[in-house]
Design a protein around this ligand. Structure first.
Ligand SMILES: [Zn+2]
Length: 151
């Protein structure tokens, strides 16, 4: 199933490298990732899927990593998964990211793995079930983060 996604390009800083540098800013999108970023404004986590072989992948790419095809669409993740690996960062490289915080690989039930943050709990373990939450960025886009499920 392919969702209709607005194709309006991000205005202004798109493609111009690091944006304002302000806290809460995200990376600029490009022509491949723009639909993914736009969907985050609506709280929808998209996964790229190959219309030739059915492979689902994240992050968005120009080619299918399963068959090399270029006929790619989107499906919406249900936002459920499990912790594949994680680490607790106690020394932040930046004042924008106060420590401690948790960096994790989350394996979505649809298959792809996201590099993300875990929030809310303190007793994380591998294989723990998690569900999608969102962190707001300054420009209205959002970053997918995960919370324990059940809390
Ligand atoms: Zn494919």
């Amino acid at each position: 199933m392919s969702d209709a996604v607005r194709s309006s390009p991000t205005s202004g800083a798109a493609g111009s490298g690091p944006a304002s540098g302000a806290a809460g800013s995200g990376p600029a999108g490009d022509e491949i990732t723009a639909p993914w970023w736009e969907a985050t404004r609506e709280g929808r986590l998209l996964l790229q899927c190959c219309l030739a072989c059915g492979h689902t992948q994240h992050y968005p790419r120009a080619l299918c990593t399963g068959c090399g095809g270029t006929d790619l669409g989107w499906r919406e993740s249900a936002g459920r998964g499990s912790v594949d690996s994680y680490t607790v960062v106690h020394r932040s490289p930046s004042p924008e990211h106060p420590a401690p915080y948790v960096v994790a690989r989350v394996r979505l039930d649809e298959g792809p793995v996201l590099l993300t943050n875990l929030i809310g709990a303190t007793d994380w373990r591998c294989d723990q079930r998690v569900r999608l939450a969102w962190r707001e960025l300054d420009d209205g886009r959002r970053l997918p983060v995960f919370v324990s499920d059940p809390p």
